[in-house]
Write a protein that binds this ligand. Structure first.
Ligand SMILES: NC(=O)c1ccc[n+]([C@@H]2O[C@H](COP(=O)([O-])OP(=O)(O)OC[C@H]3O[C@@H](n4cnc5c(N)ncnc54)[C@H](OP(=O)(O)O)[C@@H]3O)[C@@H](O)[C@H]2O)c1
Length: 331
């Protein structure tokens, strides 16, 4: 697989990364053996970026990655970790903590759970509203100096916070939602990241599975599944969004591809400073996603995709109102 650099000064990684969240959390039950087999298949196919968060299954996801990594794998893959999200034992979200002392505390647990001496990219999942971004980034920069962290990333922050953070320490990449259905970053965040030499790791490239072509209105989801609260998966919004997916399916079939592959290839085509994270947790889904890296979209293909899923066509916001309030990127 081709490589891409995370920002002007970040590490070189594979053009697609693997996000492990769904193997532990938020998308209903996952099969542990199949999850580990999927991580192995991804690394064997050349994926060199694994993304996790310490709060995905409250440590479960990091322990899973540790178990999956075989001898020699740690040297091959960059591990990106988000921290700061706090949850209670019933998995309710109870806020964000990105104070300097919390940075050091979260990192100590992460290193122990991952069984590693360093994290390749460390980032707050959201800004802590009570802590200036300079203080959080400054605390991670201390951990870079101490050798526990190699690069500093951010997640879901806006242009102003990117500038303030970059003034403290070089930022490798901003992790943020970007897909045919979520194009908010195009106005200000993406141009600012480019000006500052900060890369993008794009998540939700399938809009949480909605754009995959595998989602149906009949699919039953449990209360703890993110999608049971996501505005895009409800009622009329879902009907309208699935109509967009059918239009995309028409374009994909004409290219001998699936809607998921076209949706991932579209994000890849937006610039070689963007690394899409695929959320596959089964080997068949991974294989489908990986084929997107070989799909070349020319100007005519991109125009057909734009006609099928025009800018701003998504019905419903990308998070619930309460969760949107935590997004610095949406201010
Ligand atoms: N920074 C942040 O705030 C943030 C937020 C969310 C996620 N992330 C990171 O980004 C990663 C990816 O996000 P995401 O999981 O929401 O991405 P996504 O690719 O939009 O959605 C993944 C979902 O799509 C479904 N799917 C169907 N066909 C697929 C295919 N061919 N390949 C992959 N998935 C397919 C999977 O469901 P089935 O398994 O049921 O088929 C999976 O649940 C996460 O793992 C996490 O590391 C970051």
């Amino acid at each position: 697989m081709d490589g891409r650099r995370l920002g002007a000064q970040g590490p070189e990684v594979s053009a697609l990364g693997l996000g492990a969240m769904g193997m532990s959390d938020l998308y209903g039950p996952a099969d542990r053996t199949e999850s580990i087999a999927t991580i192995h298949a991804a690394i064997d196919a050349g994926i060199t970026l694994l993304d996790t968060g310490d709060f995905y299954g409250m440590g479960h996801n990091e322990l899973l990655i540790r178990e999956a990594l075989r001898v020699g794998d740690r040297e091959r893959v960059a591990i990106s970790v988000k921290f700061g999200g706090m949850r209670d034992p019933a998995e309710n979200w109870v806020g964000y903590d990105a104070r300097p002392e919390a940075v050091r505390n979260f990192l100590a647990y992460t290193l122990r759970r991952l069984g590693t001496d360093y994290v390749d990219v460390y980032r707050p999942a959201r800004l802590d509203p009570t802590v200036p971004v300079e203080e959080t980034v400054g605390a991670i920069a201390d951990m870079v100096k101490a050798g526990y962290v190699r690069n500093i990333g951010l997640s879901e922050v806006g242009a102003e916070s990117l500038r303030r953070a970059q003034a403290v320490h070089p930022i490798s990449d901003l992790q943020i939602e970007y897909s045919l259905l979520s194009r908010g970053i195009e106005a200000e965040v993406l141009p600012t990241a480019r000006e500052l030499g900060i890369g993008i790791t794009a998540y939700g490239v399938l809009s949480r599975g909605l754009l995959s072509g595998h989602w149906t209105a009949e699919r039953s989801i449990g209360q703890t599944d993110f999608r049971s609260h996501s505005p895009r998966f409800q009622g009329d919004n879902l009907t309208r969004n699935l109509a967009l997916v059918e239009a995309l399916r028409g374009v994909a079939e004409a290219q001998g591809a699936t809607p998921a592959q076209v949706a991932i290839a579209w994000v890849l085509a937006q610039g070689d400073d963007i690394v899409p994270l695929v959320g596959a947790r089964r080997r068949d889904r991974l294989a489908e996603s990986l084929a997107a890296a070989d799909l070349t979209l020319d100007a005519e293909d991109l125009a057909a995709i734009e006609a099928a899923v025009p800018h701003g066509a998504a019905a419903g916001s990308r998070y619930s109102e309460a969760q949107m309030a935590h997004l610095d990127s949406e201010r």
